[in-house]
Write a protein that binds this ligand. Structure first.
Ligand code: CUO
Length: 686
């Protein structure tokens, strides 16, 4: 309940029969101490829960409260992260759930609504005594960050005019509302503006916070290989985006590696922030970055700072070591090097030396997000690049992260290539792989599909009850991998099956060279197999992917779902929203078909296994999200075996293959028929 309707104040019942309802600025600070016995949330009468709150002395929250409630909140701004970090620390160290609840009720109407949501979410995800508790998805609480502001207005109108909830119509989100076909980048609208893609990104940054109060327990930041996962998850986003670009007859994304260049691509989000009551500012075509100096946000960063940091980072990569704060050398070896660089570049509190290597990734977001008003002359708020829930809508996100990825790849380039004998699995051969979908072999089909989702939990100050939007998203028909493995060892052996896919030809129609294609390899799945002696056929459903979460989970609404079983297992399964949306598992094909190389490798699990006890962690999409409270479930480098330059003489993918690998050519065809939901245009409102 504390997440719902984030800018509405909670009701307070003072223990007698007097109920107080006043606006948040004035009512609770004075009234809480000694008086507040229970809190009742303003929701529909048929649910009417009361939440009793323990009377405690409230910790000092003046620091997080110093961010005004109607200002923007951005995780890319250090002072905002620090304020959130303070509140997270308060939430984490409270001695019981009751105490947490009291402070959360107190904080809810005082601190910035998004900061509150973020801090409470991080705390609930990391406190031992709140494991298994469900969080509403971020789109439910802040739908304004995901849909056109015109749709928000229509939703209000619908809920106000149509009192009978059953008769409310879903409001259709137009499929092409942010630009016209004159803008080539707009062909990627379905990827950049996909709600599931943006939610994945928000959730990833939620479970991998980068800031914690000095002296506090660092474990919520210091997670196994989190720096490496920052590199890998974002690398995969670029690989996926490039496949979509090819599908739309666009060249691969060009890294934004010269900050004095103009940004050709403008972006006009057409969204209003409900919290700030302002529009997300646009960025015009051919904008040039300027130094940002906004004392109000304690933000000061210049293009020169960025260039200096990138030179130092590249120097460290080429020297093979970084210098930490104690002036000690830390070597960037082939195991931990990428993790150190990830934390240094992102940059998290785990950076070995922020004074030296700076805050390049976050400040890139900031320079771009404030490019329209770098000195606060016009008192404007940041653009969509300033927030992890909206950044992926903007074409510059991909150019910026392509540049960040290039820095990581510079490190990967100087590592020794995997030798053929390292890649092989003795006595294990993969004989074939194919995919099958609706009776067709090696042919997949994508299409657009309509789905309805309920946004009512985030619609403040309006009548209650479901209000639906109808969104259009990419989808594919489910498919199944079938592969045959021949185990000649005479004994049962474990293997790790690693499945990837990449476009077969480049944007010019030439067969891709391995050096390029490896960077475009999209991870589709990774799973353990037990191979008995002899030939064995394995099958695996696309819906089981280690990369994705199902559509229902991306868009779940447990409060309204009668299908959610209430078992510990189901709570575990539903706990985390992190995971690439399954409806975006494969890239959109072309009407005439688009060729991809499907790749499988079965590696020796004895070399890959990570021994750890306990139940599987929160995520069922560990490839991009890891596992909660556990080690990353693969000892190999993320992206293995494509994360390094190939051995000599490998020109194309075929040359790269060892006997435990196999490829197949598959075709993805896009069916232009949209799978529509029944029209409700003729509904009788009476
Ligand atoms: Cu996920 Cu730049 O890190 O957005």
């Amino acid at each position: 309940l504390l997440f719902d309707h984030p800018t509405e104040p909670v009701f307070m019942d003072k223990g007698g029969n007097k109920t107080v309802f006043e606006m948040p600025d004035s009512y609770m600070t004075e009234n809480y101490g000694g008086l507040c016995k229970s809190v009742q949330k303003r929701i529909s009468a048929d649910r009417d829960p009361k939440v009793f709150v323990r009377e405690i002395s409230i910790p000092d929250l003046s620091y997080p409260e110093s961010l005004k409630r109607n200002e923007p909140f951005s995780l890319f701004v250090k002072s905002h992260r620090q304020k959130a970090g303070h509140l997270i620390e308060v939430f984490l160290t409270l001695k019981s759930v009751d105490h947490l609840q009291s402070v959360a009720v107190y904080a809810r109407d005082r601190v910035h609504p998004v900061l509150f949501n973020y801090a409470l979410s991080v705390a609930l995800l990391h406190r031992k005594d709140t494991q298994g508790l469900d969080l509403p998805s971020f789109w439910q609480t802040f739908p304004d960050r995901f849909v056109d502001s015109a749709v928000m207005q229509k939703l209000r109108e619908e809920s106000y005019v149509v009192q009978n909830i059953a008769q409310r119509r879903p409001i259709v989100i137009p499929t092409k509302y942010t630009a016209s076909d004159l803008e080539p980048e707009h062909r990627l609208w379905y990827f950049r503006e996909d709600m599931g893609v943006n939610l994945h990104h928000w959730h990833w940054h939620l479970i991998y916070p980068i800031e914690i109060t000095p002296g506090a327990d660092r474990s919520i930041v210091d997670k196994d290989r989190r720096g490496e996962l920052f590199y890998y998850m974002h690398q995969q986003v670029i690989a996926r985006y490039n496949a979509e670009r090819f599908s739309n007859h666009l060249g691969r994304v060009k890294p934004f590696n010269n900050l004095t260049d103009t940004i050709a691509e403008g972006y006009f989000p057409k969204m209003d922030s409900l919290v700030a009551s302002r529009a997300f500012p646009p960025r015009f075509d051919n904008t040039r970055l300027s130094d940002v100096n906004r004392p109000v946000d304690q933000l000061r960063v210049g293009i020169n700072d960025m260039n200096l940091w990138s030179s130092r980072i590249l120097e460290a990569i080429h020297q093979g070591f970084v210098i930490n704060r104690n002036e000690e050398k830390i070597y960037l070896d082939d195991v931990k090097g990428i993790d150190i660089l990830g934390n240094m570049i992102e940059a998290t509190v785990l950076s070995p030396n922020q004074t030296m290597y700076g805050d390049i990734h976050n400040m890139g977001h900031i320079l771009i997000a404030y490019s329209h008003d770098p000195t606060n002359r016009h008192l404007e708020f940041p653009g969509v690049m300033g927030d992890s829930s909206t950044a992926m809508r903007d074409p510059i996100f991909y150019k910026w992260h392509a540049y960040i990825d290039d820095i990581f790849q510079e490190h990967k380039r100087i590592l020794p290539a995997y030798r053929a004998d390292e890649l092989s699995y003795q006595d294990m051969e993969v004989l074939s792989i194919k995919v099958e979908s609706r009776g067709l072999q090696n042919r997949l089909t994508t299409f657009f599909k309509e789905s309805d989702v309920d946004l009512s939990r985030g619609m403040d100050f309006q009548p209650r009850g479901n209000v639906m939007v109808r969104l259009t998203h990419l989808q594919h028909h489910p498919f199944k991998y079938t592969f045959v493995v021949n185990n000649t060892s005479g004994a049962r052996r474990y293997g790790y099956a690693r499945i990837f896919m990449a476009p077969k030809v480049d944007e010019n129609g030439y067969e891709m060279l391995f050096a390029d294609q490896r960077l475009m390899m999209i991870e589709l799945d990774k799973f353990l197999i037990l191979v008995p002696p002899g030939r064995q056929t394995f099958t695996r459903d696309s819906t089981s992917s280690s990369v994705t979460i199902p559509f229902e989970r991306t868009f779940r609404d447990l409060s309204n779902s009668s299908e959610t079983p209430n078992t510990p297992e189901s709570q575990e399964n539903f706990f985390c929203g992190c995971g690439w949306p399954n409806h975006m598992l494969v890239p959109k094909g072309r009407a005439e078909g688009m060729s991809f190389d499907l790749f499988i490798m079965v590696s020796n699990y004895d070399n890959d296994r990570v021994d750890q006890n306990g139940p599987d962690g929160c995520s069922t999409a560990p490839s991009y999200c890891g596992l909660r409270d556990r080690l990353y479930p693969d000892r190999k480098s993320m992206g293995y075996p494509f994360d390094r330059l190939p051995r000599t003489n490998v020109i194309t993918l075929d040359h790269f293959l060892t006997s435990n690998m196999k490829t197949a050519e598959i075709t993805i065809t896009h069916d232009s028929t949209i799978e529509k939901l029944p029209s409700l245009a003729n509904r009788n409102r009476n």
